[in-house]
Ligand binder design. Structure first.
Ligand SMILES: *Cc1c(COP(=O)(O)O)cnc(C)c1O
Length: 447
């Protein structure tokens, strides 16, 4: 399978090159040339197989032409060393808990898969030289990527984060690891971190000297594997006899997670409709209302992993539906919630059902309520993070303390290391250039 750029001005590339490059040379996002189809006989029997078995089938359908089957199966099983259970919250509303991985958020799935796949390609190509992953984080991505890539040979990771703007718990997940992970504390805001990373990707001279790639959901190896847990969720609902008419609500920021769901549906997974649940960053919600896509600077909310004003995967959604606004509206509904609504929902659902939502999952839950499920429909929302990841926020909302899992406490007790830099590009560039090994990987790079 080949991959093309959403901007249409870059050559087709192999999976290997799409993963190593991250972003296409024309700054577009890579899309698979076709979406493979999973046979309806297999869909009917998803319920009889394990998460790893079903995910291996999906992975083979996408990536099977481009890599050794045993290696791919091993990547899948190493990635999915934790469960993603479906839990009933209310009569027809179920939570898909995606927070049982090492950093307690759904990004663990994509980050772990990408780390293993990139490591495999680096080995297979016999690259003499390291691939450098740059990632800007406002909190969650850094932890998932750093933990996913820890110890992967031939890959070095630089996590850029805004000084003083990441919770101590989140910070500890990427500043305490060492080895091939370097945390860079930028004296600035998240937008400054993102701008530095973008400028480095666009810097031709720097790219001719070192291979840079992205581990954000623009990378196909991070975003496509997120379709695995949609299949697994369907399998679990089917076992309960609840899979006939499924509506899936996805708390969304950069829309990688939702787009992976749309791919699952296009592959043949029976999902009646998706809901994009937003916080006050409602650019996509407005697009569904008006057909106009108007990016805006992000605003801070309680669900901060969704504070995105220009979702990068919007380009993939447009591409998947060939720019057909009506087709997009037929498949995706949108809702948005402000901080007051999020806080009220967390309190109400806890007292009504005993289930503690995190601020992101709260948006997903509310959107199912407001959508109005009909008799016989099943609502499933993606619970994207463990509430303890947002301990201070959630405790302030519910007025009592919550338990922090031991795995999180372990990060908090480890020693922090980071490199302090300003927000100017020259300083960042000089730092990168001094901390890499020559000569570079050059396939498909313009000279
Ligand atoms: C990243 C994140 C989101 C948003 O996911 P996208 O794929 O960017 O839409 C939602 N919730 C949590 C907890 C996250 O970390």
């Amino acid at each position: 399978m080949k991959y093309y750029s959403t901007n249409g001005k870059a050559p087709l590339v192999t999976l290997e090159d799409a993963v190593i490059q991250g972003l296409a040379d024309d700054r577009g996002l890579y899309m698979p040339e076709r979406v493979p189809h999973i046979d309806s006989d297999i869909i009917k029997t998803l319920k009889d197989r394990t998460f790893i078995e079903n995910s291996t089938i999906v992975a083979q359908a996408f990536f099977g032409d481009d890599m050794d089957a045993d290696a791919l199966a091993e990547i899948v099983s190493d990635t999915l060393s934790f469960e993603t259970p479906v839990i009933q919250v209310d009569s027809d509303i179920y939570s898909l808990e995606l927070f049982h991985g090492p950093t307690l958020a759904f990004k663990d799935v994509g980050a772990r898969f990408m780390a293993r796949m990139l490591g495999y390609f680096v080995r297979r190509k016999g690259l003499a030289d390291e691939v450098n992953v740059l990632v800007a984080t406002s909190g969650d991505t850094g932890g998932a990527v750093a933990n996913g890539f820890l110890g992967v040979e031939g890959v070095r990771v630089f996590v850029l984060y805004p000084k003083g703007k990441v919770s101590p718990l989140q910070e500890s997940q990427f500043t305490t690891l060492g080895r091939n992970i370097t945390a860079i504390e930028i004296d600035g805001r998240f937008d400054d971190c993102q701008a530095l990373v973008k400028e480095a990707f666009a810097d031709r001279e720097l790219n001719s000297r070192m291979q840079l790639t992205s581990a954000n959901s623009i990378n196909v190896a991070r975003f496509l594997p997120q379709s695995f847990y949609y299949f697994n969720a369907y399998a679990q609902l089917d076992r309960m006899g609840k899979a006939n008419d499924v509506i899936i609500s996805v708390p969304s920021g950069n829309f990688g997670n939702l787009t992976a769901g749309l791919f699952a549906a296009r592959m043949g997974l029976p999902v009646s409709r998706f809901i994009a649940a937003n916080n006050s960053n409602d650019v996509f919600f407005n697009y569904l209302q008006t057909g106009q896509y108007i990016p805006r600077p992000s605003i801070e909310t309680l669900a901060n992993a969704m504070d995105v004003g220009n979702p990068s995967n919007f380009a993939r959604i447009l591409e998947l539906y060939r720019n057909d606004y009506q087709a997009i509206r037929q498949m995706i509904s949108g809702f948005r919630y402000d901080d007051g609504q999020i806080a009220a929902a967390i309190r109400r659902i806890l007292s009504d059902t005993g289930y503690l939502l995190d601020p992101h999952g709260a948006c997903g839950y509310l959107a199912l309520e407001d959508y109005g499920l009909k008799q016989g429909q099943t609502g499933l929302f993606l619970e994207t993070a463990h509430p303890a990841k947002f301990k201070e926020t959630v405790e302030a909302i519910i007025g009592s303390e919550i338990d922090v899992p031991n795995s999180l406490k372990a990060f908090m007790n480890a020693e922090k290391h980071s490199v302090a830099l300003g927000s100017d590009y020259a300083g960042f560039r000089a730092y990168l250039a001094d901390n890499q090994a020559p000569p570079p990987y050059t396939a498909n790079r313009p000279s």
